[in-house]
Design a protein around this ligand. Structure first.
Ligand code: GLA
Length: 749
């Protein structure tokens, strides 16, 4: 059992392979968070917290003569409002008498092996892992509230997940104004905060700063997890780097409005609270009702950011993404969006399919524009019936043609949206989220459907199911192309409008779940204008998500690197698009574009009819190479090999298989120079005593690099010891030209 309770000291230890998380019930029943870090063998770590009388930090009534005891300075597992803790709170309620005070005390606990599934919300699946659960019951007798903190310990994976259930045990309705998933206080450390900000077409850029006394709030109030602030934060020692140092990761498994709040208090203790954002949230809880928060994942390592990423990559791959798509090889796809945009008909799509098949692609995805009156982005969303003006012979014929070429067929949907110019909106204007007394805010000329209404979810389930049954469709690209505004539902009374943005997310999850149950072999690729809903919540239904609408390879280096801190390569949708690129106009060689897209799910998004025979031959070689290294790329350990200084010149990353028998190193020169330095890439995770031989090289340069000793034919067959590659580094001679690149595969001899 990875959870131990010591009756005498009242300490709970949650122990994983390398970490320990301690909770202590203090003498007046306050549930304290006393430790999270490397294993300490169950030693009661509560000595770290010194009880001091701090002015203006009040005391619970029963401790009025013990001034060292204050909720304001105690490390808390689940902080509340109104009862003397002035730091960021996890729970905030408004009782029927108007009171906003909540004071939780320990009522009891349960420990059991296994875990309970969350109904209607994504969570960390137990799978084959040994999982133990601790349930802590906290109560506020005066308010009639029972709060259950549920901790799932994934011992081998070094991950603890948490969620909270709030139950109204009183006779009156009350309101929850804030209900976080997790709260944790860390003492005795100066920490840096790393968060991942961005914008449409430039997502998940790491930003690192020292945690100060102000409250840092990493959040979204856009209805989705957003391009702008990802629901993942890292807290780490000030000197933590890729390969050394303490770091904590907190990831919310949620796709809606979220907030991660980080605050250093007057005594230097640092609190992190993670959960649904409280900006628009107000949940009415009638007597006997429960509210369940989303689940959050926590991880700690003393081995640096690379190891922290690895922990999240593994749990997402193995315990969050749907099982069906874990061990199969997912197809290398050709998407027509940047190839045709809205300008296509069935003949053109079938020609594109022919060319894609010739280039070796394994799936054709028909993107936006195949339904309703969708000839541009002003009309048609909501009408999930084939656009007969464009696809005169119907979907089934295209799908059959694609299948006859030995490829799979995939289709684009944007289920949660509706255009004013659509039959759906004309019939059911009340199904859109709009304020009855105002003109709505428009985004891409579309409105958002009220997913909090079961009849809307039913309509979408039925119309999408009918399409999926009408043709051999193996894949759905599930898009979401605007932020929410005017969040008002005609389906609930005025005192429940604060529930709508969360109910919206629950409605989307319900639709995904129902479609997945009915069509288990259809793979969903998440998308929201690229990476606007790139989160572990969506990954529960969808093993890959389109990472960014920015397909420009050199920009992608930064977007994919930022994404890799939290999410595994197997989830990162990445395609080779045309050159010059449509978003930036930059030209990048085809091989460099492919080497960069191979740090993802890999595919193409261009018009293959425009490809020369040479390009097609090169693409066939790229797909063959990707497929050969598929397991290594999708399941190997991902390494960020270049640092900020290197990246003024080149960017490098790699993969090492779990058994250390092979490795793949990729490098792109982003700032080509005259008479330049040799590039040294220090590899990681190899067997120091083994010999590794280069057995495959891809490069954008004819001669790699352009000197005799470094020519491609001379690189293959070179042998190095693992220790040499890790300590001296792999030496790559200068490369010239336009964004030159190289990918080198090593096998253990
Ligand atoms: C979004 C997606 C794109 C494409 C378009 C179609 O922007 O991210 O990949 O599907 O919608 O309208």
């Amino acid at each position: 059992m990875s959870i131990v309770f010591d009756e005498k000291s009242k300490v709970f230890c949650l122990v994983t392979r390398n970490t320990e998380y301690q909770i202590k019930i203090n003498e007046i029943g306050i549930v304290l968070h006393t430790y999270y870090g490397k294993r300490v063998g169950g030693y009661d770590m509560s000595y770290l917290y010194r009880k001091m009388d701090r002015g203006f930090s009040g005391n619970p009534y029963e401790c009025r003569n013990k001034r060292g005891m204050s909720s304001d300075t105690l490390p808390q597992e689940y902080s509340t409002d109104g009862a003397g803790d002035y730091r960021v709170s996890a729970l905030s309620v408004r009782l029927s008498n108007g009171s906003g005070t909540c004071d939780l005390r320990y009522r009891g606990h349960d420990i059991f092996s296994g875990r309970e599934e969350l109904k209607g919300l994504p969570y960390v699946r137990a799978e084959e892992d040994k999982v133990d659960t601790l349930r802590l019951y906290l109560e506020d007798k005066t308010a009639g509230l029972l709060v259950t903190l549920s901790y799932q310990v994934f011992e081998e994976k070094d991950i603890i997940s948490r969620y909270t259930v709030i139950k109204n045990e009183s006779e009156e309705a009350l309101f929850i104004d804030k209900a976080a998933s997790a709260c944790m206080d860390i003492v005795g450390k100066e920490l840096d905060l790393i968060s991942f900000h961005g914008r449409h077409a430039f997502e998940r850029q790491p930003e690192r700063r020292r945690v100060g006394h102000e409250i840092s709030r990493i959040s979204s109030k856009r209805g989705t997890s957003s391009h702008h602030n990802n629901p993942f934060v890292i807290l780490c020692d000030r000197d933590t780097g890729e390969w050394h140092g303490d770091s904590y990761g907190v990831m919310l498994i949620y796709s809606g409005e979220h907030a991660q709040e980080i605050e250093k208090d007057q005594a230097g203790s640092i609190r992190v609270v993670s959960g649904i954002a409280d900006d628009h949230f107000r949940w009415k809880l009638t007597p006997g009702e429960e509210f369940v928060t989303p689940e959050a994942m926590l991880a700690f390592t003393d081995k640096g950011l690379s190891e922290l990423s690895c922990l999240f990559h593994r749990i997402i791959r193995e315990n969050i993404c749907p099982e069906q798509f874990r061990s199969i090889k997912r197809p290398v796809l050709m998407n027509n969006w940047e190839g045709t945009y809205f300008d296509f008909d069935d003949e053109k799509i079938m020609d594109i399919a022919d060319s894609a098949a010739e280039a070796g692609c394994e799936m054709l995805v028909l993107d936006d524009g195949w339904f309703g009156e969708r000839n541009d982005d002003h009309a048609g969303l909501g009408d999930w019936v084939v656009n007969k003006n464009k696809l005169r012979s119907g979907l089934a014929r295209i799908a059959d043609h694609v299948e006859s070429l030995g490829m799979k067929f995939g289709l684009w949907f944007e289920p949660e949206m509706v255009n004013e110019d659509s039959d759906l909106y004309r019939t059911h204007p009340e199904w859109a989220l709009t304020d009855p007394d105002r003109k709505p805010v428009m985004g891409r000329d579309q409105l958002v459907l009220d997913m909090s209404r079961p009849e809307v979810v039913d309509y979408l389930y039925e119309s999408i199911s009918a399409i999926l049954q009408s043709a051999k469709i193996s894949y759905v690209k599930w898009d979401f192309n605007r932020s929410l505004a005017n969040v008002f539902s005609r389906g609930v009374p005025s005192d429940r409008q604060g529930e709508v943005s969360h109910r919206f997310v629950l409605g989307s999850y319900d639709l995904m779940e129902r479609l997945r149950e009915s069509f288990p072999d259809v793979m969903i690729e998440g998308c929201s204008g690229g990476g606007g809903r790139f989160d572990a919540g969506i990954m529960f239904y969808s093993p890959q998500i389109w990472c960014s609408d920015n397909t420009e390879a050199i920009n992608r280096l930064r977007i994919q690197k930022g994404t890799s801190y939290a999410y595994p390569v197997s989830t990162i949708g990445s395609h080779v698009s045309a050159s010059p690129n449509h978003q930036t106009g930059r030209e990048v060689p085809l091989m460099t574009r492919a080497i960069i897209a191979m740090a993802g799910t890999f595919g193409y998004e261009l018009d293959p009819r425009q490809l020369s025979e040479d390009d097609k031959a090169m693409i066939r070689e790229q797909i063959k190479t990707f497929n050969r290294f598929y397991d290594l790329i999708q399941r190997g350990r991902y390494l960020r090999l270049s640092d900020d200084l290197d990246e003024e010149y080149f960017t490098s990353w790699g993969f090492v298989s779990e058994d250390r028998s092979e490795a793949l190193v990729s490098l792109v020169v982003t700032d080509v120079r005259a008479n330049p330095e040799v590039m040294y890439v220090k590899m990681r995770g190899l067997d120091p005593d083994a010999l590794y031989e280069v057995d495959n090289v891809l490069s954008s340069c004819e001669r790699v690099p352009e000197n005799e000793a470094g020519a491609r034919e001379n690189i293959v067959g070179q042998t190095y010891s693992g220790a040499a590659l890790m300590n001296g580094g792999y030496a790559i001679d200068p490369m010239f030209g336009c964004y030159p690149s190289i990918q080198v595969h090593f096998v253990k001899k």
